[in-house]
Design a protein around this ligand. Structure first.
Ligand code: CAA
Length: 380
């Protein structure tokens, strides 16, 4: 067994770390405060090849593996979780289903510009009345000649408003329940497709989250992804990988909080010595570091399994569950290490703590991860 990253992985980590430090971190607090998404950062990621890490060069990607991709999300999230999820939703939730289920024409038309970063992707599954129970969606798509007419709305859509390409799910046959759901690619600017409320959030405030609305929205049948009725399976398989992207985001957030906590614990003096040398704080840092490392190993393992063509749904659910809880715990402890200063916006730990919370909620709550893991255990 090899625990060493390859030269290529180390190169990608260094490139993303430098980019994150020099370009993303300096404006992270300000973008959070102003709830401002910066498309310029996405464009810079495109120039570096980060918008198409796991896709083959024939589709505009750089042909690296899923481990390279999670390393990139981790490094971005280490300084700015909003930028991390922008890349994660774009790659795992929009790019992946087109790569996996799209035909050649769809890949050239939609995956290529996403991989090259000239277009940004988003994923629309959740509705006001169907969150964890995703199959209970109400949005419909009715076949009309060579088109489908979509009606309904989706909420909490990451990247919405700015993204150009949306992978959305709609009911094509109500009677067949989850087997009557189909997947579609809808482009920004399609008549009948509009944006609703922009959410004001606790964390990841510089990542846009909007409602998307379909009112007699006519989408060509050639934009259907996979066969009619395959949509729920596509949605679930997409989330299998997406969840590991969120695990990577959680690892990055936790590592970022640990980095600043260690630096502060060395510098801050109380009772005549650095607080890190007081056992109460030193042991806290030890526990934080141990959990971050365990989260990272679970996340890298799931990514490695996907790259190797092995099953990874259970492992992704585990990595998201463990890393999400770790991010929440480590960031809360980081605020504690900083004491009163940690509760202010003078230091980044309160932002890390606010950002961490969403990793326990989106792409399936922690309770849903336990459901997925336990069902797989019992089915074995
Ligand atoms: N891969 C392939 N097929 C799968 C699958 C998977 N991972 N999971 C389920 N299926 C299939 C099952 O095999 C079954 O197929 P058959 O009928 O042919 O046997 C079918 O789907 C139905 O499966 P279940 O009976 O398990 O379905 P369920 O209704 O009980 O729901 C669930 C399962 C796991 C709870 C699912 O609804 C779920 O994952 N819910 C959470 C939704 C979620 O994660 N939402 C996140 C939104 S996206 C987001 O958050 C993005 C963002 O902001 C960044």
């Amino acid at each position: 067994m090899q625990f060493q990253l390859t030269e290529e992985h180390e190169m990608i980590r260094k490139m993303v770390r430098d980019f994150a430090k020099n370009e993303v971190e300096p404006t992270a607090a300000e973008r959070d405060e102003e709830e401002r998404f910066d498309r310029g950062l996405f464009d810079q990621m495109a120039e570096l090849g980060l918008t198409g890490i796991p896709w083959p060069e024939e589709y505009g990607g750089i042909g690296a593996d899923y481990l390279s991709y999670v390393i990139a999300v981790e490094e971005l999230s280490r300084v700015c979780a909003s930028t991390g999820v922008t890349l994660s939703a774009h790659t795992s939730l929009a790019g992946w289903p087109v790569y996996k289920f799209g035909n050649e024409e769809q890949k050239q038309k939609f995956l290529r510009p996403m991989a090259e970063g000239t277009k940004m992707g988003a994923y629309g599954l959740t509705e006001p009345g169907s969150g964890s129970d995703a199959a209970k969606m109400k949005t419909t798509a009715v076949r009309d000649g060579n088109d489908y007419i979509i009606n309904g709305s989706k909420i909490f859509i990451t990247n919405a408003g700015d993204a150009e390409i949306y992978v959305v799910f709609a009911v094509t046959d109500r009677e067949s329940k989850h087997k009557g759901i189909s997947a579609f690619i809808v482009e920004k600017g399609t008549p009948g497709f509009s944006f609703g409320k922009k959410e004001k959030k606790l964390g990841i405030r510089s990542s846009p989250t909007l409602e998307i609305i379909f009112e007699d929205c006519r989408v060509p049948a050639e934009n259907r992804l996979g066969e009619e009725g395959e949509g729920f399976k596509i949605a679930m398989q997409t989330l299998d990988g997406g969840r590991n992207g969120i695990a990577a985001q959680a690892v990055g957030i936790a590592q970022g909080a640990l980095d600043v906590s260690v630096a502060y614990a060395k510098e801050r003096q109380q009772f005549g010595k650095p607080i890190g040398l007081q056992q109460g704080i030193g042991f806290k840092l030890a526990d934080m570091a141990t959990k971050v490392e365990a989260s990272r190993l679970l996340t890298y393992q799931a990514a490695w399994r996907e790259s190797e063509g092995l099953s990874y749904g259970k492992e992704s659910a585990m990595s998201k569950l463990f890393a999400g809880d770790t991010a929440m715990e480590v960031t809360t402890e980081a605020v504690q290490v900083f004491g009163g200063y940690g509760y202010t916006k003078d230091y980044p730990v309160e932002r890390y703590m606010r950002d961490a919370k969403i990793t326990q909620i989106y792409e399936g709550t922690q309770e849903i991860q336990r459901l997925v893991i336990s069902r797989m255990l019992l089915a074995d």
